[in-house]
Write a protein that binds this ligand. Structure first.
Ligand code: BJW
Length: 336
């Protein structure tokens, strides 16, 4: 560490030690070094593919097959990923600070929980592993960590490719198929976690929910995006007649009211001294609104991000700190 950095770190750590109440807002950058894509910016999932196509209720109404294939791929990669040192550092901070520390996560990948950070963590945007029935009269909600969630979604694990690019990608892959991929193809269906299963009953789901590490098949042969008939998409185990949808908060949808209430309660009943803004572009509302509220009431801000636009403004008059780089490296060091 150079002298400036060491000074910044030590000032931040003084603040951390003396802060009575701390709020963290977490985004996709925290899971980047676990191998999961971010949404915006370089390597962002949505850089080439419009989020509007995939992350809205109307996209699901128009093409549930396309949207399910996208989420099936996301589920696969999230299950395969492992929590990194940043996830563990936040879990450790919660153990130290107890109820005086709350994390609001925008991530839907479940990695914080797998690092032991379930208490004091609110999932603002739902979870890749929550499902719910789209039937008007059915209120079924469940948790499902089986991959693939249904037979028809087997083979969608590869990076998501929209229909127009799928054929191109297939031929590129055929040309340069690695020996690793050749090995993957040899895996038998019975090696697959949970088999090529359909949605499980709530009781069976609990078993998968609680398993900390899930062994997954290697990604099998890449299949271009295809049109899966609605009856072959994940079905509701309760009403048996409707399609399930991912339990994700899409654009234009309300965040879970219970979660909003809990976040509100924390802000209203605690004088927050410090906010940690970790691996997020801070562009999505109302998530960012919680940080703005805490700042207005005098909280100092520490940003952990590979890209910090205006470090000088952030640190002006000792109002905050910027730790530019991989959050998985900075968090364990800063929160120790
Ligand atoms: C690293 C790193 C490394 C990389 N280390 N760093 C007020 C004002 C303006 C607009 C609105 C408003 N209120 C509502 C809106 C509309 C909308 C919105 O915010 N739009 C904006 C885009 C302008 N909000 C909504 O629609 C919300 N709903 C709502 O408000 O409903 C109102 C309502 C009330 C009552 C009834 C009905 C409605 C819902 C928002 C849900 C967003 N969901 C998504 C999609 C989920 C789908 C999915 O996961 O598949 O959640 S959007 C997407 O963005 C995803 C993320 O959680 C979210 C945040 O992204 P994040 O995490 O910040 O990722 P990136 O990629 O943007 O940034 C990564 C960062 O990491 C970068 O800065 C990198 O530099 C950094 N990084 N590697 C550290 N190693």
């Amino acid at each position: 560490l150079d002298k400036d950095m060491a000074l910044r770190l030590s000032k931040f750590q003084d603040q951390l030690l003396n802060s009575k109440n701390i709020l963290a807002l977490v985004g996709a950058g925290l899971s980047a070094s676990s191998g999961l894509s971010t949404f915006r910016g370089s390597g962002g999932l949505w850089r080439n593919y419009s989020p509007i196509d995939l992350a809205t209720p109307s996209a699901f109404d128009i093409d549930p097959s396309l949207v399910w294939q996208f989420y099936s791929s996301r589920r696969y990669h999230a299950l395969k990923a492992k929590p990194n040192m940043g996830h563990f550092a936040l879990a450790e901070l919660r153990k130290r600070k107890g109820e005086k520390f709350l994390t609001l996560t925008q991530n839907v990948d479940g990695l914080s929980q797998r690092a032991g950070h379930s208490d004091g963590l609110l999932e603002l945007h739902g979870s890749l592993f929550d499902v719910r029935c789209t039937g008007f009269f059915c209120n079924y909600k469940g948790v499902n960590k089986v991959h693939p969630i249904t037979d028809a979604l087997a083979g969608c694990e590869d990076d998501f490719v929209p229909p127009s690019k799928a054929t191109k990608k297939r031929s590129r892959e055929e040309e340069s198929e690695s020996s690793e991929e050749q090995t993957m193809k040899k895996s038998k269906p019975e090696d697959l976690e949970g088999g090529a299963n359909t949605t499980k009953s709530p009781k069976e789901q609990d078993k998968t929910t609680n398993s900390p590490e899930i062994s997954l098949p290697p990604s099998p042969e890449f299949k271009p995006v295809q049109s899966i008939p609605t009856e072959n998409l994940p079905r509701c185990p309760e009403c048996k007649s409707s399609t399930l949808r991912p339990g994700i908060v899409w654009f234009g949808e309300s965040l879970p009211l219970k979660v909003l209430d809990q976040a509100d309660d924390f802000l209203e009943s605690h004088k927050i001294d410090l906010v940690l803004v970790i691996g997020t572009s801070g562009t999505v509302w109302p998530a960012m609104g919680f940080i703005e509220r805490a700042k207005k009431r005098g909280a100092k801000v520490a940003v952990f991000n590979t890209e910090i636009e205006d470090l000088a403004a952030l640190e002006k008059n000792g109002r905050g700190w910027g730790f530019q780089g991989d959050a998985a490296e900075w968090l364990p060091r800063a929160l120790e």
